[in-house]
Each structure stands twice: as C-alpha cells, then as structure tokens.
Design a protein around this ligand. Structure first.
Ligand SMILES: [Fe+2]
Ligand SMILES: [Fe+2]
Length: 467
C-alpha cells in the first residue's frame, strides 16, 4: 500500500482566487491526465496477447472511467466550474509523448510506471497541501483513486516479471522532459486561454493497431464449431451447454473492438465514454465467464477457437503483423452499436432465458449462474443502445427514426438466414468426414462425462440459434 505522508496544509484561497478554491484548478489537470490514460489504454490495450492480460486491461479501462467520473463529479460541485474546464497545452504535450511510444511494451512502461507514478505523487501532494477538514470529500475520492492506482502498479510489476522489457531510453527521456516542463505536476499548470489542450492523440499521427490474438486460438477453414452447434441448438441441451461456454468466451473479442470504439469517440460527451467503458468491461467479463466455464469443463481454448477465420488456411494467415486501424467513422460507430444492442443483444434474450432455466433444471448450476449474470448485464446494454443511438445518428448525420422496427426486421432476417444455414448442414450427407464435426462430437461426449445434464433426454425443443 502507498502511504500518505503528512505535508504542510496551505490555504486554497488568496486575493486572486475568487469563489473557487485554488485546488480545483489542480483537480481539473488531474482529471485531464486520468482521462488521457483512459484513452491511451483504449488505444494500446488490444495489443496484449495473453488471456489474463487482455481481461486485465479491460478492467483498467473501466477503473480509469470510474476515476474520471469521480473527479468530474467532485469538480462540478464547485459553483461555476465545468468538468471539462480547459487545461494547459503543456499537459497535452506530456500525454501525447507518453502515447506515442516506440513500441507497445514501452507504452505500458510510460503509462503504468512513469505517468501513473507522477500522478500518484501529485495526489499525495494534493492531500498533503489541501485541508482534509474543509475538503474532506476530495480527500476521500483521492484515497480511493490511490488505492486503484496501487492495484495497477502491482499488476504492472507482476506483468514485467513475466514479460521482460528494457525501456527505450530516448522515449523515457522525452517523457521526463515533458514532466519537467509541467513542474512534475507539483502544482496546477497555468492555462493560456488562447491555446488549450485537445484530447490526447488527436494532434498526433498515432493510430491503434489491429488487435493481437494468439494464433493457436484461431480456427481456420470454411467451417466453424458454432456452425455445427447451430444444427442441434434447438433440439439438444447438450449442444447449448457447449455453445454458451464457447459463445461467451468469444465475447472478449467484442471487448477488443470496443476499445477502438472508445478511442475513436473522444468528441462525444463523457457520459458516452462512461457507459461504453462499462459495456466494454462487461463484454470482457462475459468472455472471462465463458473462458472460466470452459476451463472447469476441461476444454482448452485451442480446441474451440477464440476467433474463426473463414476460407483461410492456417499457412495463409498473416498472424503476427499488427497494422494500424483506420479511424472509425461516425456512421460506422452508429452501425456497430445499432447491431450489437438492437439486433444481437436484444435478439438473444429468449434463448438465454431458455438456457438459464434448462441448465438449472438439468443440474448444471455453474452454467445457469453464468447465464443469469449475463442476462442482467445485457438488459443494461440494450438500454445504452436506446439511450445513445440518437446522439450517434445526429453525429453521423443519418436517419434514426423507426430504428426499433428496422432492428426487428433485421432480427427476423438473421433468424431466417441462420435457420437456412443450419438446414444446409443438416442435410449434408457426409458430415462424419468433416473434421470440425468430429471435433464437435468429441467435445459433446467429453461434456457428457464431465458435467452430465439430468434433463439431456427430457428437455423439450427450444428456440433455434437466432443468428
Ligand atoms: Fe455479452
Ligand atoms: Fe452485451
């Protein structure tokens, strides 16, 4: 734990301070820096390769969002002060320097070690200098933030023990110069009203790279395991037991995409960043729920695939080259949120509720529990869709009216397409020859041994896989 030293308390009022304590200016600087870290983690976070690290960065993005939210709430309690108060362009130079790292591993050191340490020192300074009696609410928030930062620091130390890296000396020197230019954050940085900070990254040529996936987690070929599961989905609770563990696990891939939605939506109100950070974290948690369930069931991720690449053989796959992503257009953000919230999330409630009840009935409480928590999260996600799509449509200059009807039509069409795909496979004469089908059958018999369902034979037919 970081210890909080006792420093000299100074009055936050002087002849020039007006009705706002001087310390609030410093809170605005810290909020800008915390929001910058949020954005930097969104920009770089998809480069982790290991499962636990991918999950951890999603959690850290959500932690950062909560830190920003706490600070913003406190700032707006001071009359006449906005949470988005302009800050010095020198702070922008500092965060841009950290963002534009020569490599992913350097970026981690720049963010988690150098910048975070400086920020924590600034918090400790703050609570040493500002009265803990008059400004107790800020002290309380800072103590919570410092605790979260300490967890991030410990996580980074543990990561560095696994993944060794020598920091790029020139990069570190550049960051240190920028820190010196802002007095090592020992007081608020003077703002020139004519020249204020933009969000980190917008005045750089930094682009997030395409997300990295362990190549052994990909399945290649024209057929995916889920294609065969879809054939039996409505009839077999055993197929559904396998499906939900795999389906949830793969949702971590969605969270990796959502990091980019967050990176490319800096112009939207912070409230969107907060909701979408929660949405992203939830999807990473669903991924982790599925992954944990698969492990309990004795199934390795390589057996079922984290991602499936159609029509591509393993040898053709260009696994390890990370290329910059294209900026996401406002229309693309609207479209993807519309699809996820209004089509995919809304369209899965029925099959999820059916699965929850059937797993509970069949004695697989672990799968039922996984479903239940997910249903609760998904109800919130659909609300995010209803809440934000109109704003996103306006931002993109596109039509939003009648979106619920449009979504309903799309869900119906998806069901028709999914049923047709399953029907083609159902009629395939030589399915036994398909290696993916063989794998599917092996996984089913493994599950039957490992976690048999008491209602495997008696469970009535349910809805077919919706998309
Ligand atoms: Fe989900
Ligand atoms: Fe969701």
């Amino acid at each position: 734990m970081t210890t909080i030293p006792a420093l000299t308390v100074r009055s936050q009022v002087d002849v020039s301070s007006g009705k706002v304590p001087l310390s609030v200016r410093r809170l605005c600087d810290l909020t800008y820096l915390e929001r910058s870290i949020h954005r930097m983690l969104c920009g770089w976070g998809n480069q982790f390769q290991g499962w636990d690290d991918k999950v951890a960065v999603c959690r850290h993005v959500w932690d950062q969002a909560c830190i920003v939210e706490r600070l913003r709430n406190r700032i707006t309690q001071f009359p006449g002060v906005q949470a988005d108060e302009p800050v010095s362009v020198e702070l922008e130079r500092l965060v841009n320097t950290v963002l534009c790292a020569p490599s992913f591993e350097d970026a981690l050191d720049g963010i988690y070690q150098v910048l975070n340490t400086s920020i924590v020192n600034a918090y400790l300074d703050f609570i040493g200098e500002v009265s803990g009696i008059h400004d107790a609410p800020t002290h309380q928030i800072i103590r919570e933030i410092v605790t979260i930062k300490d967890l991030h620091r410990r996580w980074r130390s543990e990561y560095r023990m696994r993944v060794n890296h020598t920091p790029d000396a020139v990069y570190m020197q550049r960051i240190n110069e920028q820190l010196q230019a802002v007095g090592n954050l020992s007081s608020s940085v003077k703002v020139d009203p004519q020249h204020t900070a933009d969000p980190v990254g917008v005045n750089t040529d930094f682009r997030p790279l395409k997300h990295r996936v362990d190549p052994t987690w990909k399945t290649y070929g024209d057929r995916d395991l889920l294609d065969w599961i879809a054939v039996d989905f409505a009839q077999s609770i055993e197929s559904r037991q396998l499906f939900w563990a795999v389906g949830y696990m793969r949702e971590l891939g969605l969270a990796m995409e959502q990091l980019l939605w967050l990176y490319d939506s800096h112009d939207l109100p912070w409230a969107f960043g907060l909701d979408e950070s929660r949405h992203m974290w939830d999807e990473s948690r669903h991924g982790d729920s599925g992954y944990a369930r698969l492990k309990e069931l004795g199934i390795d991720i390589g057996e079922v695939g984290f991602a499936h690449v159609r029509g591509l053989q393993r040898d053709d796959a260009n696994h390890n080259v990370s290329q910059p992503t294209e900026p996401m257009s406002p229309t693309a953000l609207y479209d993807v949120l519309f699809f996820i919230c209004m089509v995919a999330e809304t369209g899965h409630f029925r099959v999820k509720r059916e699965a929850f009840a059937d797993f509970r009935e069949g004695g697989d409480m672990a799968s039922a529990e996984m479903m239940l928590y997910d249903i609760i999260d998904e109800t919130m996600h659909v609300q995010y869709g209803h809440q934000w799509l109109e704003t996103l449509a306006r931002r993109a200059g596109i039509e939003h009216e009648g979106y619920e009807k449009r979504a309903s039509g799309l869900r119906q069409q998806k069901q028709i397409d999914a049923d047709a795909r399953a029907d083609i496979l159902r009629k395939m004469p030589d399915r036994q020859a398909c290696p993916v089908y063989q794998n599917y059958q092996q996984l089913l018999s493994h599950l039957r041994e490992r976690c048999p369902l008491s209602n495997a034979r008696t469970c009535p037919p349910r809805s077919s896989k919706p998309m």
